[in-house]
Design a binder for this molecule. Structure first.
Ligand code: GDP
Ligand code: IMO
Ligand code: MG
Length: 458
């Protein structure tokens, strides 16, 4: 780690430009919906102003897309700042790492012409996803009945379960052959009992897993370190750190639509425990929302459109999973859910993505309140089995392309009114609007679009 302690050129510029405390030196990007909001694109854009980009939770269930000209990259475990050669990309202790998936991703990145694998650091405390985790995920999901979540089958839930049950294997042990073998043999026996007797599945052969995974461990060993110490050291040196959330607030294990959630704190709440770096030091939280809504997998989605209306957004927005290819369920923007996500995520400003996907519509709707089991409310309910009927407010579409707009003034008037309403109703400023897949297709709002007093319209 020592050779990394000298300030980088970027860091020196940051330090010389100002020596005083910079409240927003560190930022965080999180999803405000059910994932796939366009976090990857925004992290890529913001990483131009960051020295270090850090993933802090989730695993290879994430699929973060960055498009540079006509080249598309999809990252699952590697932080979306990797395209910048001067940025260090850190995988924090809160992430669950499937070594096979990570090696596959590193190979793809290399094949794509990026030769800076040494920029990636992996926490020695991060837990490892092993073949029995994926097998258990698959077995539980295919058992039928009410238990189906519609997971990505990447072994995420079973790995976090083992972490909480204190029977996990961490990267530190994984890259140490003696410790890895001892734990793998002991824990595989435990997991095989579960696979065989509870689920009627084939057992995992620990010898075969050890052989395959030892090769991954060999490649990853130089990347594994004490990431928490590293982040504190870089902070002390004046570096700018950008944290990249995976999934979205409504999939948060504590705050989301439980049990139809993923198994980590997907919101800003996950940052501290997922890095060992205090969230108090992070000055700015960007919450990403699409201009409409999508969800993959099972679970409540109050503003979901019926198949036909949803199909037009699915096609225009290319709403198919970046990890599993599954068609995403589509719906209107939901202000009740958005306000809740902004509240518990301590969001400073929103980024509204995929505005261009609404360009062709005559009418755009926004859910502004719910009737829950017959009672009107503007609060998000705790139960997922209640009957939620959203009340909508309708807006006229602008019916012209926004994909070439680069300033707020260039956006069609009706699009500006729509965005102003979203800021007002959500009670949160909008910092950036995204109008296309490509890196350059953004409208940077300076000053941010502040909420006004239009709440009574909601
Ligand atoms: P993430 O998981 O939050 O990083 O989002 P995904 O990458 O899973 O899904 C977002 C999809 O929308 C990707 O295919 C992006 O290339 C695409 N995308 C991002 N921003 C925009 C935008 O403003 N307009 C359009 N049309 N596509 C976008
Ligand atoms: P990004 O980071 C969208 C969903 C799954 C399922 C639930 C639990 O690309 O936004 P899991 O495999 O995590 O146990 O599945 O969470 N899910 C996502 N949906 N985007 C994601 O990541 C997701 N990661 C998990 O579809 O409903
Ligand atoms: Mg995604």
């Amino acid at each position: 780690m020592e050779e990394r302690s000298a300030p980088t050129p970027k860091e020196r510029t940051a330090m010389s430009s100002t020596n005083q405390v910079q409240p927003a030196r560190h930022s965080c990007v999180v999803g405000l919906q059910w994932g796939d909001e366009g976090k990857g694109k925004i992290v890529d854009v913001l990483s131009a102003g960051a020295d270090v980009v850090v993933r802090y939770q989730g695993g290879a269930n994430a699929g973060h897309t960055v498009q540079v000209e006509d080249k598309e990259y999809i990252f699952h475990l590697v932080p979306s700042g990797i395209l910048d050669e001067d940025t260090i990309c850190v995988i924090g202790n809160g992430v669950v790492i499937d070594p096979r998936a990570l090696i596959g991703e590193l190979d793809e990145i290399r094949a794509g012409g990026l030769e800076h694998e040494e920029n990636i650091l992996v926490s020695d405390r991060a837990h490892v996803v092993l073949p029995y985790h994926s097998a258990l995920d698959e077995a539980k999901e295919s058992a039928g009945g009410d238990g189906k979540i519609g997971t990505t089958l990447r072994g995420i839930g079973p790995c976090y379960t083992d972490k909480s049950s204190r029977v996990g294997i961490r990267m530190a042990e994984f890259v140490d052959p003696v410790r890895f073998k001892e734990r793998l043999v002991r824990l595989a026996a435990l997991k095989n009992r579960e696979l065989e007797s509870l689920h009627g599945r084939e057992p995992i052969d620990p010898e075969a897993v050890f052989e395959e995974y030892s090769a991954y461990a060999e490649r990853l060993r130089p990347r594994v370190c004490d990431v928490t110490g590293y982040l504190h050291q870089r902070d002390a040196g004046g570096a700018r750190i950008l944290f990249e959330g995976a999934q979205g607030a409504l999939l948060d294990i504590d705050m989301g639509t439980y049990p139809y959630v993923t198994s980590s704190n997907t919101s800003f709440l996950g940052l501290g425990p997922g890095t060992g770096f205090s969230a108090r030091k992070v000055g700015r939280v960007f919450g990403i929302t699409k201009a409409y809504a999508t969800r993959v997998g099972e679970g409540p989605f109050p503003s979901e459109m019926d198949d036909e209306a949803g199909e037009s957004l699915r096609q225009v927005g290319g709403e198919f999973g970046a990890t599993t290819g599954r068609p995403r369920r589509c719906g209107w923007l939901d202000i009740v859910a958005l306000r809740r996500a902004i509240q518990f995520g301590d969001v400073d400003a929103m980024v509204v993505t995929k505005l261009d996907v609404l360009d062709h519509l005559d009418e755009i709707k926004v859910a502004v309140s719910y009737t829950v089991d017959g009672v009107e409310t503007d609060q998000f309910p705790a139960f997922t089995d209640c009957a939620i009927i959203p009340q909508y407010r309708s807006f006229p579409g602008w019916r012209e392309s926004t994909t070439g707009c680069r300033s707020f003034a260039e956006l069609p008037e009706k699009a500006r009114e729509y965005l102003q309403f979203v800021a007002d109703a959500a009670g949160c400023p909008i910092a950036i609007v995204s109008v296309g897949k490509e890196r350059s297709q953004i409208v940077n709002l300076d000053p941010w679009l502040e909420p006004g007093v239009a709440m009574e319209g909601a």
